[in-house]
Design a binder for this molecule. Structure first.
Ligand code: PLP
Length: 224
């Protein structure tokens, strides 16, 4: 009941050009199905183990997004079905995604994750690291991945000005990469930013994809 209501609310307030990733991590299959029945098709998970458990139990037209830190040795498990990987933060990971995608004869869409927050703990590339990847010959030879945009997480804070500043930073990175590396590629058009606490700001700053967990499914309980 509540999931449906929250979803309907969300779908009515977000602009048409913004995609909603329903973050279902820690949530059971029946809740995900409830959201599916309300029309939601994109779901995000951050643990490979949970994802491979849930995926076969749910409808085949769900687009699964991987939104967390992805370990290289686990890429193989999600390569057959993953629709978008949000957290590419190294050349090594990108190479592994390319390799595993080739094995299952797929081309996997990816976002480069950037470190935009003040917090030490958040993963992500610097612009220098991204330049190194995108200029490299290894990247130009990868035929089984497609970089379709960028992703970032703002600092967890009440300071609206700071959050806005961090989202602007990500938007600028996107524009710079678009100009320097992807000007001929219209598929490079996604900016994944905004969560339950800051999605309104993210949309104002140009987000094309918001990742919402708590505001749809309620608080997460990591102990069950
Ligand atoms: C958990 C998570 C979200 C969703 O967070 P909420 O605050 O519950 O909306 C979004 N993005 C990432 C990367 C996450 O890990």
């Amino acid at each position: 009941m509540e999931v449906k209501t929250n979803l309907t609310n969300f779908l009515s307030i977000i602009p048409e050009n913004v995609k909603l990733v329903a973050v279902s991590k820690t949530k059971p299959v029946d809740l995900i199905l409830e959201a599916y029945d309300a029309g939601q098709r994109i779901f995000g998970e951050n643990k490979v183990q949970d994802l491979v458990q849930k995926q076969p139990l749910l409808p085949g037209d769900i687009q699964w997004h991987f939104i967390g830190h992805l370990q290289t040795n686990k890429v193989k498990q999600i390569a057959p079905f993953i629709s978008l990987i949000h957290g590419i933060d190294s050349l090594k990971l990108l190479k592994e995604v390319n390799k595993q995608a080739e094995k299952v004869n797929r081309k996997i869409d990816c976002l480069l994750q950037f470190h935009i927050a003040n917090e030490e703990s958040k993963y992500g590339l610097s612009t220098e690291e991204a330049d190194d990847i995108l200029k490299g010959s290894e990247f130009s030879e990868m035929e089984h991945i497609r970089i379709i945009g960028v992703m970032g997480m703002a600092t967890f804070t009440d300071d609206t000005a700071q959050i806005i500043g961090e989202f602007k930073k990500l938007k600028n990175i996107f524009e710079k990469l678009k100009k320097e590396y992807f000007s001929d590629y219209s598929y490079f058009n996604e900016i994944s930013m905004g969560m339950s606490g800051d999605y309104k700001l993210a949309i104002l700053e140009g987000s094309t994809m918001i990742r919402i967990g708590t505001a749809i499914f309620g608080e997460r309980n990591y102990h069950n």
